[in-house]
Design a binder for this molecule. Structure first.
Ligand SMILES: Cc1cc2nc3c(=O)[nH]c(=O)nc-3n(C[C@H](O)[C@H](O)[C@H](O)COP(=O)(O)OP(=O)(O)OC[C@H]3O[C@@H](n4cnc5c(N)ncnc54)[C@H](O)[C@@H]3O)c2cc1C
Length: 163
C-alpha cells in the first residue's frame, strides 16, 4: 500500500532510519487540515516502543485535524548540508506514515510525557520532570502516531562516500 523509494540505492536501512527518528530534535507532522488542505506543522516528538509521541494543546488546528482524520505522515531531516558549487544538498531524512490519535488512557499518557521529558531534559531529575508535567497536565494533549511505514533516504553523494 505504501510506495517504495524509486531510487533504491539511496535507501537507508530500517535501523538507520530508526536511529534518525530516535536522535531527531523535531519534525514536520502532516495532517489533513481544514477544507482538506494538508496541514504540515513543525513539532517536537519522541520515538518510543516503535511509536511516535507528541504533546500539544487541547484545541487548535492540529487538534481538530487529528480528531477529524486519523492518517498522518511525519518527516525528520537529519542532515541538510548545502554544497553550493555542486548546486545540491547532502541530505539524509526519514518519512513515516501511520495512524494518529489523541491519547486518553492516563497511564499511557504519563508514560509518553515522561519519555518526552527525558528526551528534552536528559539531565533533569525525576522531581523536575514531575513538576513540569503536573504544571501543565490539565491542559495537555498527548498524541500517539502508530507507525505503519518508514522510509529513509540519503543523497547519492553520501551513498558514494560510504563505498
Ligand atoms: C521546532 C519546533 C518544535 C515545536 N514543538 C512543539 C510541541 O512539541 N508541541 C506543540 O504543541 N507545538 C510545538 N511547536 C509549535 C507548533 O509548530 C504549532 O505552532 C503549535 O503546535 C500550535 O499548533 P496549532 O495547530 O494548535 O496552532 P493554531 O494556532 O491552531 O494554528 C492556526 C494556524 O496558525 C498557523 N501556525 C500554527 N503553527 C505555526 C507554526 N509553527 N509556524 C507557522 N505558522 C503556524 C497555521 O497557519 C495554522 O493553520 C513547535 C514548533 C517548532 C518550530
Amino acid at each position: 500500500m505504501f510506495r517504495e523509494l524509486r531510487r533504491k540505492r539511496q535507501e537507508l536501512s530500517l535501523e538507520e532510519s530508526i536511529e534518525i527518528l530516535s536522535n531527531g530534535k523535531s519534525g514536520v507532522l502532516a495532517l489533513l487540515g481544514d477544507n482538506d488542505y494538508p496541514y504540515a506543522v513543525p513539532i517536537s516528538y519522541v520515538y518510543e516502543n516503535s511509536k511516535l509521541y507528541f504533546h500539544g494543546a487541547k484545541s487548535g488546528h492540529k487538534f481538530d485535524a487529528i480528531k477529524k482524520h486519523n492518517k498522518a505522515s511525519f518527516c525528520v531531516i537529519d542532515q541538510d548540508e548545502i554544497i553550493p558549487k555542486e548546486y545540491t544538498t547532502y541530505f539524509r531524512s526519514v518519512i513515516v506514515f501511520g495512524k494518529i490519535r489523541i491519547m486518553e488512557n492516563e497511564a499511557e499518557m504519563k508514560e509518553a510525557i515522561q519519555a518526552l521529558s527525558i528526551k528534552y531534559n536528559p539531565n533533569g531529575n525525576e522531581t523536575e520532570h514531575q513538576n513540569a508535567i503536573s504544571k501543565d497536565w490539565k491542559n495537555l494533549c498527548i498524541i500517539e502516531l502508530s507507525i505503519e511505514h518508514i522510509s529513509g533516504k540519503e543523497a547519492i553523494e553520501l551513498v558514494k562516500a560510504r563505498q
